[in-house]
Structure formats: structure tokens, C-alpha cells
Design a protein around this ligand. Structure first.
Ligand code: PLP
Length: 370
């Protein structure tokens, strides 16, 4: 999966060395994002991944005076997160090469996604989850029929166990960044944004943990640039939780310090971002920005998205919107901004519950309510 020479110098506690990238050659047969992927269409399972809605939320447009603000709702994917884009390509790849089992470590969404998409593809899924994963994500994976193993410590441990498993038992490992199809599969979101807007946006905001979605967004725009479909790569804003900001710190210091992460946004809670090197390179090469937002900003952005536009996102997704709110003063209000909402709010109701008031008592008659 990795470049053998580069990965030979791998140090523990550091992002993966030698992550491979797919190289684009030729011209796609159509504008359908599937025609930009390295596996032929006939291998993709019959589950409708992608084509997620692009919202133009009138209440927020007028509230902040950004007429060209859009929300891309990737929580509308079949298993409720953008991870389906990667799982879809991984499943097609496995089918093309007659691989029957896929092994994956996940903080929750990648696992439930691979389980669901894998079910549609007729694949066997072995999933390693940290014991602390939100229950909904684990239950989702079990519903889809995955074989789930809980890691006692954290995601980093689940990652190591899954690699040991696929190395000794076989099966294809889908770990994020490690399997090059994960970055490649996620690029379809950029192609869809171009198709939906009929132009490239000026800014894209995205919540960042391992930096794979970020690199997927860049890969999509880079392919489009190479094909002459766009003239410039949009400014991508990588939004990290202030308690899980390894890429933000590495942008400043050049090193990944491995500091333990802690944030309410579990899907972007990462000590050592597995795709840190590529994420950093993309941000530097294309003038991307990396910013942090606090857990309070994330939960308040999540609440605002829900109550102002009817879009319920999980905290890691709402982090992208918190990033937009945090940065909007530095943007030109006429610019086109796309906020990528990567996962559905029902996946982690425990976090959402922190910022609402749940009625305490039940009533028998209307006389009891004020
Ligand atoms: C995985 C995930 C992210 C972050 O993606 P990375 O590739 O780890 O940076 C953000 N939001 C949601 C909902 C996710 O599931």
C-alpha cells in the first residue's frame, strides 16, 4: 500500500511515510465523478453514494450577507458520512481484484461506512474500533453485518491492530491514508461541487483530522486543473478542533508532536494525523489555510446550522461551519464559499445533547405548561 522505500524510514508516532497517490491520465468519458476514478463503473456496488445535495441556505445568506454561501451535505450519503466516497471506491477495487475481505480501523464513520457499502458489495468486513467510539456508529456497523473488534485504548491502537490483522490474515486494509483509494475516492466531492455550481468555488471549508478528506478535495481540484476544467485551485480552509490540532501546529513548527487529542468532535480527534505529510504539502503548495475552532464554537455552529436551516450535522462536520463563521470577516462577501458538512448529526446525539435543554418532566395536562 505504501511506497516501500519511503515507508522503510517510518518512525513510530509520526504520520505515514510514502502514502501513494493515483495519477490522472487521459480524459474522462463524461462529467460523472465515477468516470474520474481508477476502477471501471461496472465494479461499483448498487448503493447510491455521492450526488449529495448542495444547500443554498436563505436564512444564513441574509444573516451574514454572503449571497454565495453553500452547504454541501455529505451526511446525506447512504451511511451518513463522506467516508462512503472512499468505501465506494475501495469496494469497487476489491471486487475488480476478487478480494473478499476488507479490514479497517476507524474512529467510527469509516468503519460504519465500509460496513454498509461493503454489505452492498457482498464483502466481508473486519472492523477495529476504539472502545470510546460513539455507540450509534458501532451499532450501525453491526447492523450492516461487520465483524467488530474493540480496541481497549484508542484509534491509534485500533489502527495498529488492524494492520497486524491484515498482514497476518490477509484481506485488503482500508485504513484511511494507508490505502491510496481513500484519498482518491474522496476527490469526487470536488468534481460534484464543480458540476453543481457550474464554476469552481473561491473557498472550501472542511473539518480535518487525519487530513484524508482534505487531500481528497485537493486531488479532485488538481485533476480538474490538469484537465483544464478549472483555472485555479480554490482556497481550502482546513478547520481543526483546538484540542486536536496536529496539522495546525505542524504548519507552524514543521513537526508532528503527537500531543494527545481531546475534542467533542470525535471524527476529527486524532493524535497523529496519518495523512499529515500530504495534507501539509497540499496546504503549502496551494496556499491553503489551517485554522482552529474551540469545542464551544463547534457546538454553537452545530446548533445554528440545525435551528437556522434544518441541517443537523455531527460536530466534526459543524467544525467546518464554525471555521467559516470564524473567518468570514477576512473574506470578501461576494466570494463563493462552500462549507463541506461531512457527517449526519444523528451519529452522535450525545454531543449534540450538550447544547440543548431536554424537557425534564412529562405532563398530563396543558395546565402544567407555562
Ligand atoms: C473522517 C471525518 C472527518 C475528517 O476527515 P479526515 O480525513 O480524518 O481529516 C470529518 N468529518 C467527519 C464527519 C468524518 O467522518
Amino acid at each position: 500500500m505504501l511506497c516501500p522505500d519511503c515507508s522503510a524510514t517510518q518512525k513510530s508516532g509520526q504520520p505515514l511515510n510514502g502514502v501513494l497517490e493515483v495519477e490522472w491520465k487521459g480524459t474522462p468519458e463524461s462529467e460523472n465523478p465515477l468516470d474520474f476514478l481508477p476502477v471501471e463503473r461496472q465494479y461499483f456496488p448498487a448503493i447510491p453514494v455521492g450526488n449529495t445535495p448542495l444547500w443554498h441556505p436563505e436564512n444564513l445568506l441574509s444573516k451574514y450577507g454572503f449571497p454565495e454561501l453553500y452547504l454541501k451535505d455529505d451526511g446525506a450519503n447512504p451511511t451518513g458520512s463522506l467516508k462512503d466516497r472512499a468505501s465506494f471506491l475501495v469496494a469497487a477495487f476489491a471486487r475488480k481484484y476478487a478480494i473478499r475481505e476488507v479490514v479497517v480501523a476507524s474512529t467510527g464513520n469509516a468503519g460504519s461506512s465500509m460496513a454498509g457499502v461493503g454489505a452492498a458489495a457482498g464483502l466481508k468486513i473486519k472492523l477495529f474500533l476504539p472502545r470510546t467510539a460513539p455507540p450509534a456508529k458501532m451499532i450501525q456497523a453491526l447492523q450492516y453485518g461487520a465483524d467488530v473488534v474493540l480496541a481497549e485504548k484508542n484509534y491509534d491502537q485500533a489502527f495498529a491492530l488492524s494492520l497486524e490483522y491484515s498482514n497476518t490474515h490477509g484481506g485488503m486494509n482500508r485504513n484511511t491514508a494507508y490505502n491510496p483509494m481513500t484519498v482518491e475516492g474522496k476527490k469526487t466531492v470536488s468534481i460534484e461541487i464543480l458540476n453543481q455550481l457550474k464554476k469552481a468555488p473561491d473557498h472550501v471549508f472542511v473539518g480535518v483530522g487525519d487530513g484524508v478528506i482534505l487531500s481528497g478535495i485537493y486531488k479532485g481540484f488538481r485533476d480538474l486543473l490538469q484537465l483544464g476544467r478549472i483555472v485555479k485551485i480554490p482556497t481550502v480552509h482546513a478547520v481543526q478542533a483546538s484540542g486536536s490540532a496536529a496539522i495546525y501546529r505542524a504548519m507552524e513548527s514543521g513537526v508532528f508532536d503527537g500531543k494527545p487529542a481531546k475534542t467533542v468532535a470525535d471524527s476529527i480527534s486524532v493524535d497523529v494525523p496519518s495523512n499529515g505529510h500530504l495534507a501539509l504539502k497540499n496546504l503549502k503548495d496551494f496556499d491553503g489555510r489551517c485554522i482552529t475552532v474551540t469545542d464551544e464554537e463547534i457546538l454553537s455552529a452545530q446548533k445554528e446550522l440545525s435551528s437556522d436551516c434544518g441541517l443537523f450535522s455531527e460536530p466534526a462536520a459543524a467544525a467546518a461551519y464554525a471555521g467559516f463563521l470564524n473567518q468570514k470577516r477576512s473574506l470578501d462577501s461576494g466570494e463563493t464559499c462552500v462549507v463541506l458538512l461531512t457527517g449526519n448529526g444523528l451519529k452522535d446525539i450525545g454531543s449534540a445533547a450538550k447544547n440543548i435543554i431536554i424537557p425534564e418532566k412529562a405532563v398530563n395536562s396543558l395546565d402544567e405548561i407555562s
